[in-house]
Design a protein around this ligand. Structure first.
Ligand code: F6R
Length: 361
C-alpha cells in the first residue's frame, strides 16, 4: 500500500528515519553492540573481504572507511560477479562479509559459495530478508530492519545497511580494545541519525527545484571525496536507473586525470560535500569545474562555507559533519533521482529492463 505517496520509492525514502531507528535498536542492547556476534570471533579478525552488487556494493565501499578508521582492520571490497571468477588470495583470519538486500542475488550467493571452501575465518551476511538464501548460507547474520522494499531502486535498504555496517565497525573496534571514547562518540552520532534524516527529508521542495534543472540534461557528473565518493557513486546509480540520464561518478581527485575534458556549460556536476578535512581539496576541484563553465550543485552540510558565485548552486543539508554523514548525504540524492524520474515520466518503481531481485547471472 503506497498510502499518501505517489510511488513506493517516495514512500520508502520517507520511511528511512524509522527504518534506521528500528535497525539500531535491533543491534544495541545497553552497552552491547551487535550482541549476536561473538566478541571472541571479532577479536580474531585480521582482515575483511566485502562482497556485494550494485547499491549494496556502495554500502560496502563506505564501510571500508569506517572499519579501517575505527577498528584498524584492512578491508577490501569487491563486486561479487568479479570476485566469483577470480582466484583471490585470502590472508589468515579473514572475515567475509556479504551484503544483499534481497539475499537472493545470484552473483553474491555464488561468490559466497566459492568462498566457503577458501579458508575464511567466518562469514557474515548483512541482509533485509529473513529466511533468504543468503541468511541460510552465512554463519553469522546481521539483519537490516528496513521492512519490505518494493521500489526496484534501493533506498531504505541502503541506509539501513550503512547503519548496520557502522555498528559492526564499532563492535569490531570494541573487540579490539579501541578507545572507548571514540566508540561512545560513534554510538552518539548514530543515535542522531534518525532525527537528522527526518530533517533532511524536509528539504524535498528544494531538491525538486534542482531536479527541474537536471531533467533536461543528457549527462551528469557526480564528484565526491572520502566516504562521500561512494555516496557520489550511489547518487549516479540512482539517477541513471530512475531517470535514464547518463550519470558517472568520480573521486574528485581524479578530475584532472580525464573527466575534466568532459566539463562544459552543458554538464551539471553534482557534489555531496561534507565539512571533513578534505573539504578544501574538494573546493579546489570544484573551482576547476567552474573555470570550465560546468554548473555545480553542491549538497553541503552545515559546516561547509562556500562563497556564493555564479554557476554554483548550494543546497544546504541541515546536518553537521560526523561519522554518519554518508547516511545523511545520500538522502537528497535519492530525492533528486526520484524527482527527475517523475518529471521525465519514467516508471520510477519499475525502471525499464531492471528486476528487484537479480537471481540469474
Ligand atoms: C540499485 C539496486 C541494485 C541492487 C543490486 C543488489 O538501486 O537496487 O543495484 O542493489 O541488484 O541487490 P541485493 O542488495 O538484493 O543483492
Amino acid at each position: 500500500d503506497r498510502g499518501r505517496y505517489r510511488h513506493f520509492m517516495e514512500k520508502e525514502i520517507h520511511e528511512q528515519p524509522e527504518a534506521i531507528a528500528t535497525t539500531l535498536n535491533a543491534h544495541l542492547d545497553g552497552t552491547r553492540i551487535c550482541p549476536s556476534l561473538d566478541p571472541e570471533l571479532l577479536g580474531r579478525v585480521r582482515a575483511i573481504h566485502i562482497l556485494a552488487c550494485g547499491t549494496s556494493y556502495h554500502a560496502g565501499l563506505v564501510a571500508r572507511y569506517w572499519i579501517e578508521r575505527l577498528a584498524r582492520v584492512p578491508v577490501s571490497v569487491e563486486i561479487a560477479s568479479e570476485y566469483r571468477y577470480r582466484e583471490p588470495a585470502i590472508p589468515e583470519d579473514t572475515l567475509l562479509i556479504a551484503i544483499s538486500q534481497s539475499g537472493e542475488t545470484a552473483d553474491t550467493l555464488a561468490a559466497l559459495e566459492r568462498a566457503e571452501h577458501a579458508g575464511y575465518l567466518s562469514t557474515l551476511g548483512i541482509c533485509n530478508v529473513p529466511e533468504s538464501a543468503l541468511t541460510r548460507q552465512c554463519e553469522n547474520v546481521l539483519m537490516t530492519r528496513a521492512g519490505l522494499e518494493i521500489g526496484v531502486a534501493s533506498t531504505k535498504a541502503f541506509t539501513t545497511q550503512l547503519t548496520v555496517l557502522l555498528l559492526f565497525a564499532a563492535a569490531l573496534a570494541k573487540a579490539r580494545e579501541a578507545d572507548p571514547g571514540m566508540i561512545r562518540q560513534v554510538l552518539e552520532d548514530l543515535g542522531q541519525a534518525s532525527q537528522q534524516a527526518r530533517e533532511v527529508l524536509a528539504m524535498d521542495g528544494e531538491v525538486q527545484q534542482v531536479a527541474e534543472e537536471i531533467a533536461s540534461k543528457a549527462h551528469a557528473l557526480f564528484l565526491g571525496r572520502g566516504p562521500e565518493y561512494p555516496i557520489a557513486m550511489e547518487g549516479a546509480l540512482k539517477l541513471k536507473e530512475i531517470s535514464y540520464i547518463h550519470a558517472e561518478a568520480y573521486a574528485a581527485g581524479e578530475l584532472k586525470h580525464g573527466p575534466l575534458a568532459l566539463v562544459d556549460d552543458t554538464l551539471p556536476v553534482i557534489v555531496p560535500a561534507s565539512s571533513n578535512p578534505l573539504l578544501t581539496k574538494l573546493i579546489s576541484n570544484l573551482q576547476e569545474v567552474r573555470a570550465r563553465g560546468g554548473m555545480l550543485y553542491v549538497f553541503a552540510d552545515r559546516g561547509v562555507s562556500l562563497a556564493p558565485a555564479p554557476g554554483i548552486r548550494m543546497i544546504r543539508v541541515p546536518a553537521p559533519h560526523s561519522i554518519i554523514s554518508p547516511i545523511i548525504q545520500v538522502l537528497p540524492l535519492q530525492f533528486l533521482a526520484y524527482h527527475v524520474g517523475v518529471l521525465k515520466g519514467t516508471d520510477v518503481d519499475q525502471p525499464r529492463n531492471l528486476a528487484k531481485s537479480v537471481t540469474v547471472e
